[in-house]
Design a protein around this ligand. Structure first.
Ligand SMILES: Cc1ncc(COP(=O)(O)O)c(C=O)c1O
Length: 378
Protein backbone atom coordinates (compact mmCIF):
# COMPACT_ATOMS: atom_id res chain seq x y z
CA UNK A 1 0.00 0.00 0.00
CA UNK A 2 2.79 2.37 1.01
CA UNK A 3 4.65 1.49 -2.19
CA UNK A 4 1.56 2.26 -4.21
CA UNK A 5 1.11 5.61 -2.49
CA UNK A 6 4.76 6.43 -3.21
CA UNK A 7 4.28 5.53 -6.88
CA UNK A 8 1.25 7.82 -7.08
CA UNK A 9 3.21 10.60 -5.45
CA UNK A 10 5.96 10.11 -8.02
CA UNK A 11 3.45 10.50 -10.81
CA UNK A 12 2.27 13.79 -9.38
CA UNK A 13 5.85 14.97 -8.80
CA UNK A 14 7.17 13.99 -12.21
CA UNK A 15 4.09 15.08 -14.15
CA UNK A 16 3.28 14.22 -17.78
CA UNK A 17 6.05 12.72 -19.92
CA UNK A 18 5.62 15.42 -22.56
CA UNK A 19 7.83 18.22 -21.23
CA UNK A 20 5.66 21.07 -22.59
CA UNK A 21 2.30 19.78 -21.36
CA UNK A 22 2.23 21.90 -18.22
CA UNK A 23 3.36 24.99 -20.14
CA UNK A 24 0.03 24.95 -21.98
CA UNK A 25 -2.41 27.74 -21.13
CA UNK A 26 -5.78 26.04 -20.96
CA UNK A 27 -7.97 27.08 -23.91
CA UNK A 28 -10.72 29.42 -22.74
CA UNK A 29 -13.76 29.27 -25.03
CA UNK A 30 -15.95 32.31 -25.80
CA UNK A 31 -18.28 33.39 -22.99
CA UNK A 32 -21.90 32.31 -23.25
CA UNK A 33 -23.76 34.00 -20.36
CA UNK A 34 -25.64 37.29 -20.15
CA UNK A 35 -26.79 39.02 -16.94
CA UNK A 36 -30.15 37.73 -15.63
CA UNK A 37 -33.17 39.18 -17.37
CA UNK A 38 -31.28 40.37 -20.46
CA UNK A 39 -31.72 38.47 -23.76
CA UNK A 40 -28.49 36.64 -24.63
CA UNK A 41 -26.91 37.30 -28.02
CA UNK A 42 -23.85 35.07 -28.17
CA UNK A 43 -21.43 36.46 -30.72
CA UNK A 44 -18.29 35.00 -29.22
CA UNK A 45 -17.65 31.62 -30.90
CA UNK A 46 -18.15 32.14 -34.64
CA UNK A 47 -21.26 29.96 -34.66
CA UNK A 48 -23.80 30.42 -37.44
CA UNK A 49 -27.08 32.21 -36.74
CA UNK A 50 -28.76 29.84 -39.23
CA UNK A 51 -28.20 26.66 -37.24
CA UNK A 52 -27.73 23.34 -39.03
CA UNK A 53 -29.56 22.16 -42.13
CA UNK A 54 -32.99 20.72 -41.16
CA UNK A 55 -31.89 17.61 -43.08
CA UNK A 56 -28.96 17.22 -40.70
CA UNK A 57 -31.24 17.53 -37.69
CA UNK A 58 -33.54 14.89 -39.18
CA UNK A 59 -30.60 12.51 -39.74
CA UNK A 60 -29.38 13.15 -36.19
CA UNK A 61 -32.81 12.29 -34.76
CA UNK A 62 -32.99 9.11 -36.84
CA UNK A 63 -29.56 8.07 -35.53
CA UNK A 64 -30.99 8.11 -31.99
CA UNK A 65 -32.56 4.72 -32.80
CA UNK A 66 -29.10 3.05 -32.86
CA UNK A 67 -27.21 4.55 -29.94
CA UNK A 68 -26.21 1.18 -28.49
CA UNK A 69 -24.32 0.29 -31.71
CA UNK A 70 -20.71 1.39 -32.24
CA UNK A 71 -20.37 3.77 -35.16
CA UNK A 72 -18.55 2.86 -38.39
CA UNK A 73 -14.94 3.49 -37.32
CA UNK A 74 -14.04 4.57 -40.84
CA UNK A 75 -16.93 7.11 -41.05
CA UNK A 76 -17.39 5.92 -44.63
CA UNK A 77 -20.80 7.56 -45.24
CA UNK A 78 -19.45 10.91 -44.11
CA UNK A 79 -16.21 10.65 -46.09
CA UNK A 80 -18.16 9.69 -49.20
CA UNK A 81 -20.59 12.58 -48.80
CA UNK A 82 -17.68 15.04 -48.36
CA UNK A 83 -15.87 13.51 -51.33
CA UNK A 84 -18.97 13.90 -53.52
CA UNK A 85 -19.47 17.51 -52.49
CA UNK A 86 -15.84 18.47 -53.21
CA UNK A 87 -14.87 16.05 -55.98
CA UNK A 88 -12.28 14.23 -53.82
CA UNK A 89 -11.07 10.68 -53.28
CA UNK A 90 -12.78 9.45 -50.05
CA UNK A 91 -9.73 7.30 -49.28
CA UNK A 92 -7.74 10.48 -48.70
CA UNK A 93 -10.14 11.94 -46.14
CA UNK A 94 -9.90 11.44 -42.38
CA UNK A 95 -12.73 12.59 -40.12
CA UNK A 96 -12.29 13.68 -36.54
CA UNK A 97 -14.05 14.96 -33.44
CA UNK A 98 -13.87 18.53 -34.70
CA UNK A 99 -10.91 19.79 -36.66
CA UNK A 100 -9.28 20.42 -33.26
CA UNK A 101 -8.79 16.67 -32.92
CA UNK A 102 -7.17 16.48 -36.35
CA UNK A 103 -4.81 19.39 -35.61
CA UNK A 104 -3.77 17.64 -32.44
CA UNK A 105 -3.37 14.25 -34.18
CA UNK A 106 -1.18 15.88 -36.82
CA UNK A 107 1.07 17.35 -34.15
CA UNK A 108 1.22 14.01 -32.32
CA UNK A 109 2.04 12.22 -35.52
CA UNK A 110 4.66 14.56 -36.92
CA UNK A 111 6.19 16.47 -33.99
CA UNK A 112 8.22 15.01 -31.14
CA UNK A 113 10.60 16.29 -28.46
CA UNK A 114 13.34 18.37 -30.10
CA UNK A 115 11.18 19.24 -33.10
CA UNK A 116 9.73 22.64 -33.88
CA UNK A 117 6.21 23.58 -34.93
CA UNK A 118 5.64 26.94 -36.58
CA UNK A 119 2.59 29.21 -36.63
CA UNK A 120 1.96 32.94 -36.87
CA UNK A 121 1.78 35.67 -34.24
CA UNK A 122 -2.00 35.90 -33.96
CA UNK A 123 -2.67 32.36 -35.20
CA UNK A 124 -5.34 30.05 -33.78
CA UNK A 125 -4.46 29.12 -30.15
CA UNK A 126 -4.87 25.38 -30.65
CA UNK A 127 -1.61 25.19 -32.70
CA UNK A 128 0.53 26.11 -29.71
CA UNK A 129 -1.40 23.68 -27.50
CA UNK A 130 -1.06 20.82 -30.00
CA UNK A 131 2.69 21.36 -30.49
CA UNK A 132 3.42 21.56 -26.75
CA UNK A 133 1.20 18.55 -26.01
CA UNK A 134 3.20 16.56 -28.56
CA UNK A 135 6.44 17.50 -26.79
CA UNK A 136 7.60 19.90 -29.51
CA UNK A 137 8.77 23.50 -29.36
CA UNK A 138 6.40 26.23 -30.62
CA UNK A 139 7.99 28.84 -32.90
CA UNK A 140 6.05 32.01 -33.69
CA UNK A 141 6.45 34.02 -36.91
CA UNK A 142 5.49 37.71 -36.79
CA UNK A 143 2.62 38.93 -38.96
CA UNK A 144 2.39 42.03 -41.14
CA UNK A 145 -0.82 44.07 -40.81
CA UNK A 146 -2.36 41.25 -38.76
CA UNK A 147 -1.82 38.92 -41.72
CA UNK A 148 0.45 35.88 -42.08
CA UNK A 149 3.72 36.84 -43.76
CA UNK A 150 5.30 34.13 -45.90
CA UNK A 151 8.81 35.58 -45.71
CA UNK A 152 8.61 35.87 -41.93
CA UNK A 153 7.46 32.23 -41.69
CA UNK A 154 10.24 31.04 -43.98
CA UNK A 155 12.81 33.03 -41.99
CA UNK A 156 11.93 30.91 -38.93
CA UNK A 157 12.20 27.54 -40.61
CA UNK A 158 15.12 25.45 -39.29
CA UNK A 159 16.21 21.87 -39.86
CA UNK A 160 14.05 21.00 -36.84
CA UNK A 161 10.81 22.39 -38.28
CA UNK A 162 8.37 19.52 -38.72
CA UNK A 163 5.01 21.24 -39.03
CA UNK A 164 3.70 24.66 -40.11
CA UNK A 165 0.13 25.53 -39.15
CA UNK A 166 -1.52 28.23 -41.25
CA UNK A 167 -5.11 29.26 -40.56
CA UNK A 168 -6.42 30.61 -43.83
CA UNK A 169 -8.46 32.70 -43.16
CA UNK A 170 -7.08 33.21 -39.70
CA UNK A 171 -9.03 33.35 -36.46
CA UNK A 172 -9.26 35.89 -34.75
CA UNK A 173 -8.03 38.39 -37.36
CA UNK A 174 -10.24 37.35 -40.32
CA UNK A 175 -7.36 38.03 -42.73
CA UNK A 176 -6.18 35.59 -45.40
CA UNK A 177 -3.30 34.76 -47.69
CA UNK A 178 -3.98 34.66 -51.45
CA UNK A 179 -3.42 31.20 -52.91
CA UNK A 180 -0.29 32.34 -54.77
CA UNK A 181 1.29 33.18 -51.43
CA UNK A 182 0.32 29.81 -49.97
CA UNK A 183 1.93 28.14 -52.99
CA UNK A 184 5.06 30.24 -52.54
CA UNK A 185 5.22 29.11 -48.90
CA UNK A 186 4.83 25.46 -49.83
CA UNK A 187 7.44 25.66 -52.57
CA UNK A 188 10.06 27.04 -50.18
CA UNK A 189 9.39 24.70 -47.25
CA UNK A 190 11.63 21.70 -46.69
CA UNK A 191 9.91 18.50 -47.86
CA UNK A 192 10.07 16.99 -44.37
CA UNK A 193 7.95 19.80 -42.90
CA UNK A 194 4.19 19.30 -43.09
CA UNK A 195 2.17 22.35 -44.14
CA UNK A 196 -1.27 22.27 -42.48
CA UNK A 197 -3.78 24.55 -44.18
CA UNK A 198 -6.53 25.08 -41.63
CA UNK A 199 -9.49 26.23 -43.72
CA UNK A 200 -12.14 26.25 -40.96
CA UNK A 201 -13.79 29.34 -42.49
CA UNK A 202 -13.31 28.52 -46.18
CA UNK A 203 -17.05 28.32 -46.92
CA UNK A 204 -17.41 32.01 -46.14
CA UNK A 205 -14.58 33.36 -48.30
CA UNK A 206 -15.62 35.10 -51.50
CA UNK A 207 -12.25 36.51 -52.60
CA UNK A 208 -11.22 35.48 -56.12
CA UNK A 209 -7.58 34.94 -55.17
CA UNK A 210 -8.43 32.55 -52.30
CA UNK A 211 -8.36 28.76 -52.35
CA UNK A 212 -8.71 26.43 -49.38
CA UNK A 213 -5.86 24.22 -50.60
CA UNK A 214 -7.36 21.14 -52.29
CA UNK A 215 -5.23 21.68 -55.39
CA UNK A 216 -2.05 21.90 -53.34
CA UNK A 217 -2.86 18.76 -51.34
CA UNK A 218 -3.47 16.91 -54.60
CA UNK A 219 -0.10 17.86 -56.01
CA UNK A 220 2.21 17.81 -52.95
CA UNK A 221 3.31 15.17 -50.49
CA UNK A 222 3.68 17.52 -47.52
CA UNK A 223 0.39 19.48 -47.47
CA UNK A 224 -2.85 18.71 -45.67
CA UNK A 225 -6.05 20.74 -45.46
CA UNK A 226 -8.39 20.66 -42.45
CA UNK A 227 -12.06 21.67 -42.51
CA UNK A 228 -14.90 21.79 -40.02
CA UNK A 229 -18.66 21.36 -39.72
CA UNK A 230 -18.68 23.70 -36.70
CA UNK A 231 -18.92 27.02 -38.51
CA UNK A 232 -20.95 27.44 -41.73
CA UNK A 233 -22.60 24.00 -41.29
CA UNK A 234 -23.86 24.83 -37.80
CA UNK A 235 -22.87 21.53 -36.16
CA UNK A 236 -20.33 22.73 -33.57
CA UNK A 237 -21.87 20.69 -30.78
CA UNK A 238 -21.57 17.43 -32.74
CA UNK A 239 -17.78 17.88 -33.14
CA UNK A 240 -17.07 17.03 -36.78
CA UNK A 241 -13.95 17.95 -38.70
CA UNK A 242 -12.24 16.44 -41.72
CA UNK A 243 -8.90 16.43 -43.36
CA UNK A 244 -7.76 15.88 -46.93
CA UNK A 245 -4.18 14.75 -47.22
CA UNK A 246 -1.57 12.67 -49.02
CA UNK A 247 -2.07 8.89 -48.74
CA UNK A 248 0.91 8.52 -46.36
CA UNK A 249 -0.40 11.09 -43.89
CA UNK A 250 -3.92 9.65 -44.07
CA UNK A 251 -2.52 6.18 -43.35
CA UNK A 252 -0.53 7.42 -40.34
CA UNK A 253 -3.52 9.28 -38.87
CA UNK A 254 -5.78 6.27 -39.32
CA UNK A 255 -3.30 4.27 -37.24
CA UNK A 256 -2.97 6.76 -34.38
CA UNK A 257 -6.53 8.08 -34.08
CA UNK A 258 -9.12 6.55 -31.77
CA UNK A 259 -10.90 3.71 -33.58
CA UNK A 260 -14.36 5.33 -33.18
CA UNK A 261 -13.45 9.00 -33.05
CA UNK A 262 -16.60 10.23 -34.81
CA UNK A 263 -19.98 9.28 -33.34
CA UNK A 264 -22.82 7.69 -35.31
CA UNK A 265 -25.12 10.75 -35.02
CA UNK A 266 -22.22 12.95 -36.17
CA UNK A 267 -21.58 10.78 -39.23
CA UNK A 268 -25.28 10.82 -40.18
CA UNK A 269 -25.84 14.53 -39.57
CA UNK A 270 -22.58 15.56 -41.26
CA UNK A 271 -23.36 13.54 -44.38
CA UNK A 272 -26.80 15.16 -44.65
CA UNK A 273 -25.41 18.65 -43.96
CA UNK A 274 -22.71 18.57 -46.61
CA UNK A 275 -25.28 17.61 -49.26
CA UNK A 276 -27.58 20.55 -48.45
CA UNK A 277 -25.92 23.19 -50.61
CA UNK A 278 -28.90 25.57 -50.41
CA UNK A 279 -28.66 25.87 -46.66
CA UNK A 280 -24.99 26.79 -46.84
CA UNK A 281 -25.58 29.26 -49.67
CA UNK A 282 -28.17 31.10 -47.55
CA UNK A 283 -25.76 31.31 -44.63
CA UNK A 284 -22.94 32.54 -46.85
CA UNK A 285 -25.11 35.24 -48.50
CA UNK A 286 -26.27 36.50 -45.12
CA UNK A 287 -22.68 36.58 -43.93
CA UNK A 288 -21.43 38.50 -46.97
CA UNK A 289 -24.13 41.14 -46.54
CA UNK A 290 -23.50 41.63 -42.82
CA UNK A 291 -19.74 41.54 -43.08
CA UNK A 292 -20.00 44.70 -45.18
CA UNK A 293 -22.78 46.37 -43.19
CA UNK A 294 -21.14 45.75 -39.83
CA UNK A 295 -17.68 46.79 -41.04
CA UNK A 296 -19.08 50.06 -42.37
CA UNK A 297 -21.33 50.60 -39.36
CA UNK A 298 -18.51 50.11 -36.86
CA UNK A 299 -16.12 52.33 -38.83
CA UNK A 300 -18.77 55.06 -38.94
CA UNK A 301 -18.63 55.07 -35.13
CA UNK A 302 -14.94 55.98 -35.25
CA UNK A 303 -13.47 52.53 -34.54
CA UNK A 304 -10.97 50.51 -36.59
CA UNK A 305 -12.00 47.13 -38.03
CA UNK A 306 -9.61 44.66 -39.65
CA UNK A 307 -11.00 43.70 -43.10
CA UNK A 308 -12.33 40.14 -42.78
CA UNK A 309 -13.29 37.40 -45.23
CA UNK A 310 -14.66 35.07 -42.54
CA UNK A 311 -17.79 35.16 -40.32
CA UNK A 312 -16.35 37.46 -37.69
CA UNK A 313 -14.74 40.87 -37.34
CA UNK A 314 -11.85 42.12 -35.23
CA UNK A 315 -12.68 45.53 -33.74
CA UNK A 316 -9.91 47.71 -32.28
CA UNK A 317 -10.47 50.16 -29.43
CA UNK A 318 -8.46 53.21 -28.34
CA UNK A 319 -5.91 52.57 -25.60
CA UNK A 320 -7.43 55.22 -23.33
CA UNK A 321 -9.17 54.89 -19.97
CA UNK A 322 -12.86 54.08 -20.30
CA UNK A 323 -12.58 53.44 -24.05
CA UNK A 324 -10.60 50.21 -24.09
CA UNK A 325 -11.76 46.82 -25.35
CA UNK A 326 -12.37 45.69 -21.76
CA UNK A 327 -14.66 48.69 -21.19
CA UNK A 328 -16.61 47.94 -24.37
CA UNK A 329 -16.79 44.26 -23.43
CA UNK A 330 -18.30 45.09 -20.02
CA UNK A 331 -20.73 47.61 -21.58
CA UNK A 332 -21.91 45.16 -24.25
CA UNK A 333 -22.13 42.21 -21.82
CA UNK A 334 -24.50 44.23 -19.64
CA UNK A 335 -26.76 44.46 -22.69
CA UNK A 336 -26.56 40.72 -23.40
CA UNK A 337 -24.11 41.10 -26.31
CA UNK A 338 -21.31 38.62 -25.75
CA UNK A 339 -18.16 39.13 -27.84
CA UNK A 340 -14.80 37.41 -27.64
CA UNK A 341 -11.94 39.08 -25.75
CA UNK A 342 -8.72 38.25 -27.61
CA UNK A 343 -5.98 39.16 -25.12
CA UNK A 344 -4.79 35.54 -25.26
CA UNK A 345 -4.09 36.11 -28.98
CA UNK A 346 -1.83 39.09 -28.22
CA UNK A 347 -4.63 41.55 -29.04
CA UNK A 348 -5.53 43.06 -25.64
CA UNK A 349 -7.28 46.06 -27.12
CA UNK A 350 -9.55 44.33 -29.58
CA UNK A 351 -12.78 42.33 -29.47
CA UNK A 352 -13.92 39.71 -31.94
CA UNK A 353 -17.52 39.88 -33.10
CA UNK A 354 -19.15 36.87 -34.80
CA UNK A 355 -21.67 37.79 -37.50
CA UNK A 356 -25.05 37.00 -35.96
CA UNK A 357 -28.70 37.10 -36.96
CA UNK A 358 -30.05 40.36 -38.38
CA UNK A 359 -31.60 41.10 -34.98
CA UNK A 360 -28.33 40.48 -33.10
CA UNK A 361 -26.28 42.51 -35.59
CA UNK A 362 -28.64 45.48 -35.32
CA UNK A 363 -28.72 45.23 -31.51
CA UNK A 364 -24.92 45.19 -31.55
CA UNK A 365 -24.64 48.29 -33.75
CA UNK A 366 -27.12 50.15 -31.54
CA UNK A 367 -25.28 49.22 -28.34
CA UNK A 368 -21.85 50.01 -29.79
CA UNK A 369 -23.27 53.33 -30.97
CA UNK A 370 -24.29 54.14 -27.38
CA UNK A 371 -20.83 53.16 -26.13
CA UNK A 372 -19.16 55.34 -28.77
CA UNK A 373 -21.46 58.32 -28.21
CA UNK A 374 -21.00 58.33 -24.43
CA UNK A 375 -17.25 58.35 -25.00
CA UNK A 376 -17.17 60.68 -28.00
CA UNK A 377 -15.33 58.16 -30.13
CA UNK A 378 -16.54 59.42 -33.50
C1 LIG B 1 -9.00 28.54 -37.36
C2 LIG B 1 -9.76 27.46 -36.65
N1 LIG B 1 -9.40 26.20 -36.85
C3 LIG B 1 -10.04 25.18 -36.24
C4 LIG B 1 -11.07 25.42 -35.36
C5 LIG B 1 -11.66 24.23 -34.66
O1 LIG B 1 -12.93 23.98 -34.96
P1 LIG B 1 -13.61 22.58 -34.61
O2 LIG B 1 -12.71 21.83 -33.69
O3 LIG B 1 -14.90 22.94 -33.99
O4 LIG B 1 -13.75 21.89 -35.93
C6 LIG B 1 -11.49 26.72 -35.12
C7 LIG B 1 -12.58 26.99 -34.16
O5 LIG B 1 -12.73 28.03 -33.61
C8 LIG B 1 -10.81 27.77 -35.77
O6 LIG B 1 -11.14 29.05 -35.56
Amino acid sequence: MAARARAEEAILREGPRRPGALAIDIYVPGKSKAPAGVPLRKLSSNETPFGPSPKAVEAFRAAAADLEIYPDGGARALREAIARAHGLDPARIVCGAGSDELLSLLAHGYVGPGDEGLFTEHGFLVYRIAILAAGGTPVVAPETNLTADVDAILARVTDRTRIVFLANPNNPTGTYLPFDEVKRLQAALPRNALLVLDAAYAEYVRANDYAAGIELVSSCENVVMTRTFSKAFGLASLRIGWLYGPAGVVDALNRIRGPFNVSGPAIAAGAAAVADREHIDRAVMHNARWLTELTEGIRALGLTVTPSVANFLLIHFPDEPGRRAADADAFLTQRGLILRAVGAYGLPNALRLSIGSEDANRAFLTALGEFAKDRQLG
